[in-house]
Design a protein around this ligand. Structure first.
Ligand code: SF4
Ligand code: SF4
Length: 231
């Protein structure tokens, strides 16, 4: 496990069992009347059979119940291949017009960090590095740089394409896309008008449309129900 202050986007590729562990005392206290001692349930470690089946290696919690571990190297390779293929499509010419706000947000972040203070998840976690709005965006940028740019292929780690891409990296990124509720508060404070939630949304989209992976409650009680009954 890594001290959250030392956590860097490239650590998403580490083979550790779990990157960070949340502790009660780090979290933002709840407002009255929910601030009494023992009103909040304890934060527990993931059960061993969850670790074996799901991706608990991000923060010890499972948000995507259809994201299960591969049974062999072939399944792991296929998982990574599908993600990269979906990622490549986002940057294809056909998407240039439709995804322009995404591309601008992807390309022009000044890393000024103004958006962090607007994110309730980052703030409520006690400013945990993992939940910083630009953390998952930076992971995505590193993967794109590594696989889809000439400079990344040639110079790798020297120019920031320093992330190992394996099942753990991609699965953690999929989980991390559900540690953001796409509220776009961060976008309202960005001096450049960039929107990190668009990057999160594209990660979710690759998982659902290219890989068939989305949280079941969201899919069956959200998307499917809405198609059936209307909104
Ligand atoms: S869109 Fe996501 S990252 Fe931005 S403020 Fe909302 S929860 Fe935080
Ligand atoms: S406020 Fe905008 S430019 Fe600054 S770090 Fe956030 S997304 Fe990047």
């Amino acid at each position: 496990m890594i001290n959250e202050k030392d956590l860097r986007p490239k650590d998403m590729g580490r083979r550790d069992e779990q990157l960070i562990k949340l502790e009660h005392e780090q979290l933002m206290p709840l407002f009255p009347p929910y601030d009494k001692p023992r009103m909040e349930p304890p934060l527990t470690d993931p059960k061993p059979d969850w670790r074996e089946k799901f991706c608990t290696s991000l923060d010890g919690y499972v948000g995507v119940d259809t994201l299960t571990r591969p049974k062999n190297n072939g399944e792991e390779d296929e998982f990574v291949r599908k993600f990269l293929s979906g990622l490549e499509k986002i940057f294809s010419d056909a998407n240039n017009g439709a995804l322009q706000p995404f591309l601008l947000s992807f390309e022009y972040c000044a890393k000024c960090d103004t958006c962090s203070a607007a994110c309730h998840i980052y703030e409520a976690s006690g400013k945990n590095e993992l939940y910083r709005p630009i953390f998952r965006s930076e992971v995505l940028r590193k993967i794109v740089k590594k696989y889809f740019t000439k400079s990344g292929k040639l110079f790798g780690g020297f120019i920031g394409a320093d992330i190992d891409v394996n099942w753990e990296t991609i699965a953690r990124l999929g989980e991390l896309a559900y540690r953001c509720n796409l509220c776009r508060r961060c976008a309202q404070t960005c001096p450049l008008g960039l929107d990190n939630s668009l990057l999160t949304k594209e990660i979710r989209k690759i998982f659902s449309q290219e890989m068939g992976i989305a949280p079941l409650p969201l899919h069956t009680k959200g998307t499917v129900l809405q198609i059936k009954t209307g909104s």
